[in-house]
Design a protein around this ligand. Structure first.
Ligand SMILES: Cc1cc2nc3c(=O)[nH]c(=O)nc-3n(C[C@H](O)[C@H](O)[C@H](O)COP(=O)(O)OP(=O)(O)OC[C@H]3O[C@@H](n4cnc5c(N)ncnc54)[C@H](O)[C@@H]3O)c2cc1C
Length: 419
């Protein structure tokens, strides 16, 4: 969208109009003589969740004059980056292109920990569970073999030993990935923003982008408080991308997701990392639930996808009995040491592309605008490296990483083949 302001037409007739015009011309002269020109930056980053906060940090540490804008005060609970934990795993059954990116993401998270002194990553390992030939297990198996990812394939007694807190049907097979773990999303966003500010970025919270206009060499961004000018604009608006950035030719859908937290039953050995690890479990063909073990605030679980498409400004944040039951049922059957009544629940968004692959590219109408929707329910682990890629794209228009899977043209071509 190259947004433009349109002035309302007026009927101009009669001598009174000449008087009005003179007054208007005078007031225009005085207002423009005193009005500050838009403040200028090298790059404006709109949306400071996982991806935008990381991009703002990377840009600021590379010496760019950065303005970061967010409509809320991140980290917050209105978008996609809350709920205390996110899994980082390498066995990408979706597409092998993600595997080298996870490797760089791990390094980059470690660099962020070193730069900030914060601990953001906790190793737990991850299990991919299901029937031997299920989509999840066979995909994880292919991925670990193809990419030489350390793993074990286990079932029966070996599975019961690895994850004594799980009750799996006899035919269940698991791929165990020992080097997977958990990242802390809210602390990560707060850390990116803190370091971005230390490196000189201006971070404006509670200040939404309401309009942008790519003209000439740069971009003008308007908020309720001011107009800003920059050479480049990075749009990382999460669930709001589909509403605020039309013209991409790829539909981006905000999908309502619910996370629940469960406590161990009294007198049991608990549901911590030594008892259940992180897991993704294809409990019925094509249906996956996931969990993060209890690391102090309960065991977190949810259904991967299967949520309704929602308007991010009007989503139902009330937790229904149905929301609870579809996860409690799995907990009751498969995690017997957990109390199946959740102690807390929260609504969050996936922002889905049609085929679940990230979208990262420049806007079709302006090379000065970088657009990023690295979500579809699996983006957080990459936030550290995506900040680097977005900084590369904003500063030079290209990056060394292979982004072909994420380009708009690839998405459009895939949609055309499907229809
Ligand atoms: C329940 C759940 C579980 C998940 N589990 C995992 C996992 O285990 N592993 C994993 O890798 N990924 C996981 N994901 C996906 C991951 O969390 C997301 O891919 C990631 O958080 C998306 O980050 P984002 O920056 O795109 O969106 P957000 O973090 O939501 O950031 C978007 C920002 O844009 C701001 N904004 C919106 N409109 C405007 C405006 N007009 N002006 C300025 N700012 C605006 C918002 O306020 C927000 O701060 C999960 C997601 C969910 C919901």
């Amino acid at each position: 969208m190259v947004a433009r302001d349109h002035a309302a037409p007026e009927a101009l007739t009669g001598p009174f109009v000449y008087f009005l015009l003179s007054v208007r011309l005078l007031s225009f002269f005085f207002s423009t003589a005193t009005m500050p020109s838009p403040r200028t930056y090298d790059v404006i980053v709109a949306g400071l969740g996982a991806m935008g906060s990381s991009a703002a940090y990377q840009l600021a540490r590379r010496g760019q004059r950065v303005l970061g804008l967010d409509r809320f005060d991140p980290p917050h609970t209105m978008g996609s980056t809350h709920g205390h934990s996110r899994i980082i795993r390498t066995a990408y059954w979706d597409d092998p292109s993600y595997v080298p990116l996870v490797g760089r993401a791990h390094e980059s998270w470690r660099e962020l920990e070193a730069a900030s002194g914060e601990r953001l990553y906790y190793p737990t390992g991850q299990l991919y569970l299901g029937a031997h030939d299920s989509m999840l297990v066979s995909g994880a198996r292919d991925s670990v073999r193809l990419n030489n990812i350390p793993h074990e394939e286990i079932s029966g007694a070996a599975l019961a030993q690895r994850a004594p807190g799980l009750r799996a049907p006899a035919e269940t097979v698991a791929i165990w990935e020992p080097h997977a773990g958990v990242l802390l999303p809210e602390l990560a966003v707060a850390t990116f923003l803190k370091l971005a500010k230390q490196a000189g970025a201006a971070i404006h919270t509670e200040e939404p982008l309401i309009r942008w206009n790519a003209e000439g060499e740069g971009v003008t961004v308007t908020t309720p408080r001011a107009a800003y000018r920059a050479d480049r604009l990075v749009l990382t608006l999460g669930a709001w991308m589909g509403k605020l950035v039309p013209g991409l030719g790829v539909p981006l859908a905000a999908e309502r997701q619910v996370m629940h937290w469960f406590r161990p039953k009294p007198g049991t050995a608990g549901i911590g990392p030594d008892r259940i690890a992180c897991f993704m479990w294809e409990y019925e063909p094509g249906h996956i639930w996931y969990a993060v073990p209890d690391m102090g605030d309960g065991f977190k679980a949810g259904i991967h996808h299967d949520g309704p498409k929602s308007d991010p400004d009007a989503v139902d944040r009330h937790i229904s009995a149905h929301d609870v039951e579809r996860v409690s049922t799995r907990v009751r059957e498969m995690v017997p040491d957990a109390d199946p009544s959740p102690v807390a629940s929260a609504v969050c968004f996936y922002t889905d592309t049609p085929d679940g692959q990230f979208l990262i590219d420049t806007h079709p109408e302006s090379q000065a605008v970088v657009v990023a929707s690295p979500c579809s329910g699996h983006g957080f682990k990459f936030a550290s490296v995506i900040g680097e890629l977005l900084a590369d794209l904003a500063m030079t228009g290209s990056t060394d990483a292979d982004l072909s899977l994420f380009r708009l043209a690839r998405h459009r071509a895939a949609a055309a083949v499907k229809s």
